[in-house]
Design a binder for this molecule. Structure first.
Ligand SMILES: C[S@@+](CC[C@H](N)C(=O)[O-])C[C@H]1O[C@@H](n2cnc3c(N)ncnc32)[C@H](O)[C@@H]1O
Length: 300
């Protein structure tokens, strides 16, 4: 039985990095007039109550999205991501009719209280166009139910209560051959590292031109340290690797100090965009003096 529940971590610094980059990649894909598919191998519940018991336990969002939400004069890319969170809070308020929601969305001066945080499928849903499609894998029985409730009856969305590592190869290549794949395991089991590599290898073998994003934790574990190098070895063309460190290790020398994203076939604009926005992200999310970002890239 899986113990990991993303609700305990929703909106933390790792979600900020992941969803900031995801939103940018999806915008890039949507700028071209050709449909694409979004595939999320580890989708989670789709949305999270920040006032719920699980999110309140450690209130990780306080050192993540809460440091950005409602803040004026953010760089454009960061403001765009924060606005997606704002719009999710408006759209999820069942007490509002559609007209009021539209008026609140249009009023950029209005920011509702931050009570919900969108998961990766909801970030994607906001950016996909009518002809685009989504495939969402989630194994946890409770989370897959919540996920289904979020996307109930929506066209082009398929929710798969299956192992995303094993299922990815059956989803590629999509028709037409354009897709963004997010591989975002919890790494609750150390075998997730090897499964990430194996799953990506198979997918790239079938669909080399896909845009693949792998999230991983910055922790003192040999598998986590080796993962980026193993992923670079799979890249048929170019890749981009970004890391955000926000806090120091705990007194025992362990703990999640930040996270990384390894992207195969990234948009060519991404390196420059991240270099422009991440200094602000570091400044706002830093929990110690050594907070920093790193970007490395192997152009196509
Ligand atoms: C880090 S969370 C996903 C968060 C989500 N991608 C987001 O950004 O909002 C990882 C999720 O993967 C699910 N999970 C674990 N093993 C899985 C597997 N083999 N296949 C599909 N889902 C899995 C967990 O139940 C958990 O909800």
């Amino acid at each position: 039985m899986l113990a990991y529940r993303h609700a305990f971590h929703a909106g933390n610094h790792a979600d900020v990095l992941k969803h900031l980059v995801l939103a940018r990649v999806l915008r890039y894909m949507a700028a071209k007039d050709k449909p694409f598919r979004y595939i999320d191998t580890h989708a989670g519940a789709g949305g999270y109550q920040l006032k719920g018991a699980q999110a309140l336990k450690n209130a990780e969002h306080r050192d993540g999205i809460s440091r950005l939400y409602g803040r004026a004069r953010l760089p454009e890319m960061l403001a765009d991501y924060v606005n997606l969170v704002r719009e999710f809070n408006i759209a999820s308020d069942a007490s509002l009719d559609a007209e009021t929601q539209a008026a609140q969305r249009a009023d950029k001066g209005y920011t509702p209280p931050l009570s919900l945080y969108p998961g990766s499928p909801s970030i994607a849903r906001a950016l996909l166009r009518p002809g685009d499609s989504m495939r969402l894998f989630e194994l946890h029985p409770a989370d897959v139910r919540t996920l289904a409730a979020h996307f109930d009856g929506q066209r082009g969305v398929q929710i798969l209560h299956e192992d995303g590592f094993a299922g990815l190869k059956g989803q590629v290549p999509p028709q037409p051959r354009r897709a963004v794949v997010l591989i975002d395991p919890s790494y609750e089991l150390v075998s997730d590292y090897g499964k990430t590599v194996a799953s990506l290898r198979e997918a790239v073998g079938r669909f080399a031109e896909g845009v693949y994003m792998v999230w991983y934790p910055i922790v003192r574990r040999v598998e986590a340290v080796q993962l980026p190098k193993r992923l670079a070895g799979l890249a048929p063309k170019g890749w981009l690797h970004v890391r955000l460190t926000v806090k120091d290790v705990d007194p025992q020398g362990f703990g999640l100090t930040g996270s990384g994203l390894f992207i195969l076939n990234p948009p060519w604009t991404l390196h420059q965009e991240l270099a422009a926005v991440l200094p602000t992200v570091v400044e706002l999310l830093a929990q110690f003096e050594g907070a920093q970002f790193e970007i490395e890239e192997q152009p196509a």
